[in-house]
Design a protein around this ligand. Structure first.
Ligand code: SF4
Length: 195
């Protein structure tokens, strides 16, 4: 069975269909992302002696696959972390959806109740050579609406696989525009973006 990635599912469901990231930004953020993942893993491991963490934890559910950045177990509960190389002021609803997809997939595949899953978003704390993360705990209980949204997304994966999202032709102006290099976009920036 062919599968669709979690990131793609979220991106094609909510982002501009024509977004084309600047490869230079993409490269720099992958390196930063790797460092942040290591920081977050160490942060959890330093919290308690009995905690065990892995990076890039693979999840697969029906037609959906994904990798949670950091997953830790402490004997009783599981901790799932989605790491973003952006700072928290650039947090997006899609980040929480991606995280909740991992929570949903973990809960379904491991037959684990949502109450024993803790979810976190980690953002880059500040621009510096030292990776440091700003970690937010997201209440899975309070995020049940998001879980409903993601479970519907998962149910509709077959329409994604059949390509119905391809070429949907929706341009969406958002914070992604300042790192987008799609030259046929009908919206043209006339001034620079102030960092
Ligand atoms: S610049 Fe245009 S193509 Fe790129 S994300 Fe923004 S609206 Fe979409």
């Amino acid at each position: 069975m062919s599968q669709v990635g979690v990131k793609r599912l979220v991106s094609e469901s909510f982002n501009c269909a024509y977004f084309k990231p600047d490869p230079r930004v993409f490269e720099a953020s992958s390196e930063k992302h790797e460092k942040l993942v290591k920081f977050v893993r160490k942060w959890f491991e330093d919290l308690r002696k009995d905690i065990e963490c892995v990076e890039e934890y693979e999840l697969s559910l029906g037609g959906l696959r994904g990798r949670a950045d950091v997953v830790c177990w402490d004997g009783k509960e599981v901790h799932i972390v989605e790491v973003k190389s952006t700072q928290v002021h650039r947090a997006r609803m899609q980040d929480a959806l991606q995280l909740m997809l991992y929570v949903y997939m973990y809960s379904k595949t491991k037959n684990t109740s949502l109450s024993s899953i803790n979810a976190y978003l980690a953002y880059s704390y500040r621009e510096s050579p030292y990776a440091s993360a700003y970690i937010i705990k997201v209440s899975v209980e309070a995020a049940k609406t998001l879980i409903n949204v993601v479970s519907r997304l998962v149910e509709s994966y077959s329409s994604i696989r059949s390509g119905s999202f391809e070429g949907k032709g929706l341009y969406v102006i958002s914070d992604l525009c300042d790192i987008c290099v799609y030259d046929k976009c009908p919206f043209k920036a006339l001034t620079g973006v102030t960092p």
